[in-house]
Design a protein around this ligand. Structure first.
Ligand SMILES: Cc1ncc(COP(=O)(O)O)c(C=O)c1O
Length: 443
């Protein structure tokens, strides 16, 4: 049985009507990847308002490891909504916050005592990790890396690399330093250069934290070379600097481990989480060594809606679902299938020069010229559009938007995955052979 169904032109008539209404009142920078509007989402499937069915390989930018509307999560949300919607844990506390903290603390690697704090968005978690690091070390500076994405608030946008569209002319925050990310395709840096580069850039005595995505998400699913994360851990410990792993995108099981950093056996001081934590409800967390939280004054971190009871109830069920459905093992299983298919695409289509990632967190990179490693943004973007018009929602990535990254629900069935990969294969074939797009496709 085919799961996808394209029965109108894309976008269909109802979606076009909504776009016309949108143009009159929605702030224009709020752009959407898809030209159609969702009506329902279940598991790995999305149905739009015109009855077209898509495989969702993007999960709202990586928020749905447990898929759209997991049954137990929806039930927990309904039940919590009937009891109370809000109290603010800092006014009248509730059990689900504690239960979720217990679960996360248990999953966090390392022997030290851990604690968790909850916020609303990934950027807020990163901002708070910075505050905790600054408060605990009484130092100001923050070190980040080339290719990083940490959010869109003024501080996190400063920590993010890409100027357009994220930083534009919005003004940046002080005390943020960026170091090269060792990447044999793009530079000659090695993991062991990290300490020298740090000392050449900023006084370590003033550095509160080094923040790194264990696998870069928005930056293009860049996997650090062996030894890099271990070297950061060694050097940060040497200079009394906190190591923060930003796992907003890489966490929650995609790589086959609950936290991606576990793939390297490294224990960071703090970890930031978001995205898949509550199956799409707004929630984020900082979890890590309790002693750093304990150095901060009471009420120095927090937020009115952070750790909302409905989101906490959902998040408890998300972790139960990951454990019950063995989604970490599933990520490895799916990853094997996807990697095999992607390697096949690389053989078939010279435009695809690299397959990378860990577990089900996998990407392909489109390159024009291997010598100069120059990006083939155009082909990549056309493939995304072609796949979407034929039933698969795909997300791009990379500083040059020449990478396709998979952020698919780990609950996807084998048949759905096979169908989606076939659609991607055909999309690359059509685009690279310069065949005209399907006649019924409208821009
Ligand atoms: C690694 C990482 N950190 C932080 C963020 C920011 O999260 P949010 O958009 O929820 O603020 C993102 C979002 O893509 C991310 O990938």
């Amino acid at each position: 049985m085919k799961h996808t169904l394209i029965k109108t032109e894309i976008p269909g008539p109802k979606s076009r009507e909504l776009t016309a209404r949108r143009k009159a009142c929605v702030a224009s920078p709020m752009e959407s990847l898809a030209p159609f509007y969702i009506k329902t989402g279940h598991g790995a499937m999305v149905e739009d308002v015109d009855g077209n069915r898509f495989l969702d390989f993007t999960g709202g930018w990586g928020c749905l490891v447990t898929g759209h509307c997991p049954k137990e999560v929806v039930e927990a949300v309904k039940s919590q909504a009937g009891n109370f919607l809000h109290s603010d844990f800092t006014v009248v506390p509730y059990e689900s916050w504690i239960e979720l903290s217990e679960m996360l603390v248990k999953k966090t690697p390392g022997k030290s005592d851990k604690a968790a704090a909850f916020f609303n968005s990934g950027a807020e978690a990163v901002e708070n990790a910075v505050k905790i690091a600054r408060g605990a070390t009484r130092r100001r500076s923050i070190v980040v890396f080339e290719g990083a994405f940490h959010g869109r608030t003024v501080l996190t946008m400063t920590m993010t690399q890409r100027p357009m569209p994220y930083k534009y002319i919005f003004g940046t925050a002080p005390d943020v330093y960026r170091l090269p990310y060792p990447n044999p395709r793009k530079n000659r840096y090695l993991p062991e250069d990290f300490e020298r580069l740090l000392l050449e850039t900023v006084c370590p005595e003033d550095v509160a934290a080094v923040i790194i995505e264990p696998i870069q998400g928005e930056g293009g699913f860049n996997v650090p070379p062996e030894g890099f994360l271990q070297e950061i851990r060694r050097v940060t410990a040497k200079y009394g600097v906190l190591m923060v792993a930003d796992e907003v995108q890489s966490g929650y099981g995609r790589t086959g481990k609950f936290f991606a950093i576990e793939n390297w056996g490294v224990e960071p001081d703090l970890i930031t989480l978001g995205k898949s934590i509550a199956a799409g409800l707004p929630l984020s967390a900082v979890v890590g060594d309790k002693k750093y939280f304990d150095l901060l004054p009471k009420s120095s971190i927090g937020s009115t809606f952070g750790g909302n009871p409905v989101a906490c109830a959902a998040a408890v069920e998300v972790i139960k679902t990951i454990d019950r459905e063995k989604l970490l093992e599933r990520a490895l299983y799916l990853g094997k299938i996807i990697r095999r298919r992607f390697e096949g695409l690389k053989e078939k289509y010279p435009e695809i020069k690299e397959v990378r990632g860990i577990g089900a967190m996998l990407a392909i990179e489109f390159i024009k010229d291997e010598e100069t490693w120059s990006p083939d943004t155009e082909t990549c973007q056309k493939v995304i559009q072609e796949a979407r018009n034929n039933g698969v929602i795909l997300a791009g990535a990379g500083l040059n938007k020449n990478v396709i990254r998979l952020l698919l629900p780990l609950v996807i069935t084998d048949e759905q995955l096979a169908e989606g990969l076939d659609i991607i294969d055909k999309a690359v074939a059509r685009v690279t052979k310069k065949q005209p797009e399907r006649a019924k496709t409208k821009k």
